[in-house]
Ligand binder design. Sequence first.
Ligand code: PAP
Length: 349
Amino acid sequence: MDAAEAGKARVASLIQDVEKSYDDEFQQLVHTLPKEEGWVSGSLYLYQGFWWSSLALKPMISFQTHFQAFDSDVIVVTFPKCGTTWLKALTFSTLYRDRFARDEHPLLASTPHQLVRHLEYDVYINNPCPDLENICVYKPRLLATHVPHASLPTSIKDSKCKIVYICRNPMDMFISLWLFSNKLRDENQESLSLDKVFDKFCRGIHILGPFFDHVLEYWNASQENPDKILFLKYEDLKEDMNSQLKHLAMFLGVPFTVDEERQGVVEEIANICSFEKLKELEVNNKGLHTSGVPHKDFFRKGKVGDWSNYLTPSMVERLEKLIQDKLDNSGLTFKFSSKISQDENVGFA
Ligand code: PAP
């Protein structure tokens, strides 16, 4: 069995196991929730205004109920397929850069997802009260989640811990999610057609959807409290990694020194975390993540604007309208192409 087949089998069996593990109380809760067919196996449940997979719902509620934040914690929050893998690598490499020698960078031996553990898709999956002190080898603790702002554990909101959020233009995010979901579908499931999932996406029925609600919650919270939440965009990282990295380091309270800048530390971090570098490392090409996803499936094309190879003009038109409706007056804009021109900006800069 190759990694792709092993991944499909693992995802399907994990979802079955998790669903079987629902106790009576949880079953009762689940029965009250609106339900839709998932894009992979299992179902999507609408919980606190967002669609959760049957795999992550229970662990997310454990996380929400039991997690105690420290003031020193750093939480990477992402919308799925918006740069989770990349931001984990960048934040880890920036925050802990004085802990390892350059030629012994932990990213050479572990995947970004192993170094920055995901709360609901990893650490809380098999354990409602995981030992986070042991799980987080380096301190301050650095962890990741997709949880919407309104559903964050109170201690994250009330403490001084920092949140780094990343999102991406919804067209590239959607295509990435569609292709990723198709890779993970069971052998006996048909591939998801673009038409069918596009309509679901526009109606917000997808993992952690609606996309715009998730993004706007964090956008508004970051505007209100910029010292607490750093709001990043995938396209900005692609366009100007060095200044984005300096901004990240400053936000985390570990600004690059003049000496570090002279020595090229910023460029080194950008380089080791780059799509090209991570994609070719052996560690990212073998094995499965705790959620069953083959590690290599977190790396596909890593480009801005790939949506133009898939979306039809009428799909683009529908999405542009949706973007305008949702983001109007929010001050949030997206870039849709790596060669930015005024025409290619929707949302609108
Ligand atoms: P997740 O939310 O499921 O953990 P996430 O890492 O956000 O996944 O999404 C994967 C996307 O990020 C893929 O995009 P694509 O399908 O459009 O190609 C993947 O290629 C891209 N990606 C992964 N690592 C990097 C990186 N180092 N630099 C840029 N893009 C990356």
